[in-house]
Design a protein around this ligand. Structure first.
Ligand code: HXC
Length: 260
């Protein structure tokens, strides 16, 4: 496909990692509509590609993404954003079946922070910065910044970030549970690929089920979530990969998963 704002590559020893790089460095990867459309369509392609076991989303230059495109939004009015359901196609990543890792290399602000939070795991470069600065622009987060962030870091910290627009460092983000690892800048991508390869070496079926089950923790009550988890656990007993995994353990050999 003809991509203007992002690049797509296959990475890893087995070329089973899909790497999406936001590539609009002059605008600090501001997330214009066309860019988000490319991300969305590329996600469709990578999800349909059986050779891909994990997807990495990263930025370029000094930004992961500095937010939605302010220049594009500046002259919009209520009627238009409402009637066009502005941002409706933004959450493609949140509905991915395959695991998605955000490798946050620099600024992840506004929609950029929200995009990272739609991913399953966030790795951050030591130079990364996170924030929801929408309030400074006279608006509020519109793609999960008031919801996902609050569930991740709790009310007091989310309020502080959303009400002041303050930025936090990678170190703070790790301490608060927003990111799982802080990594020197030159090691960020290699480490993210290594993580992707680890996940991609396992059963795609079990990985998708595990991801879906964890995802329910954010969607439902504890009782309901535990019920869903138990039923999904039971359903792994309908797969060849569950039998193979346990048999391989008992036989003291490496499992050979067939994703079935
Ligand atoms: C459009 C942007 C942009 C953005 C940066 N640029 N962020 N353009 N939308 N979100 C452009 C600048 O206008 C400038 O273009 C170029 O990128 C370089 O940016 P500078 O500001 O010169 O860089 P620097 O001084 O290093 O400052 C970096 C920065 C700052 C702190 C990240 O750019 C900044 O505050 N950006 C805005 C962050 C923000 O408010 N994000 C939230 C957006 S609202 P020119 O043409 O001058 O070279 C949002 C709503 C989400 O995300 C709702 C749901 C999605």
């Amino acid at each position: 496909p003809n991509l203007q704002y992002i690049t797509v590559e296959k990475k890893g020893e087995q070329q089973n990692i899909g790497l999406i790089t936001l590539n609009r460095p002059k605008a600090l990867n501001a997330l214009c509509n066309a860019l988000m459309k490319e991300v969305s369509e590329t996600m469709d392609d990578l999800e349909a590609d059986d050779s891909i076991g994990a997807i990495i989303l990263t930025g370029s230059g000094k930004a992961f993404a500095a937010g939605a495109d302010i220049k594009e939004m500046k002259d919009q009015n209520f009627a238009h954003v409402f009637r066009s359901n502005f941002l409706a196609h933004w959450d493609r990543i949140a509905y991915a079946c395959k695991p998605v890792i955000a490798a946050v290399n620099g600024y992840a602000l506004g929609g950029g922070c929200e995009l990272a939070m739609m991913c399953d795991i966030i790795y951050a470069s030591e130079t990364a910065k996170f924030g929801q600065p929408e309030i400074i622009l006279g608006t509020i987060p519109g793609a999960g910044g008031t919801q996902r962030l609050t569930r991740i870091v709790g009310k007091s910290k989310a309020m502080e970030m959303v009400l002041t627009g303050m930025q936090i460092t990678a170190e703070e983000a790790e301490k608060w549970g927003l990111v799982s690892k802080v990594i020197p800048p030159d090691q960020l991508l290699p480490e993210a690929i290594k993580l992707g390869e680890k996940i991609a070496s396992l059963s795609k079926l079990s990985v998708a089920m595990a991801k879906e089950a964890v995802g329910h923790a954010y969607e439902t009550t504890l009782q309901e979530g535990l019920k869903i988890e138990k039923r999904m656990f039971h359903s792994t007993f309908a797969t060849d990969d569950r039998r193979e995994g346990m048999t391989a353990f008992v036989d003291k050999r490496a499992p050979k998963f067939t994703d079935s």
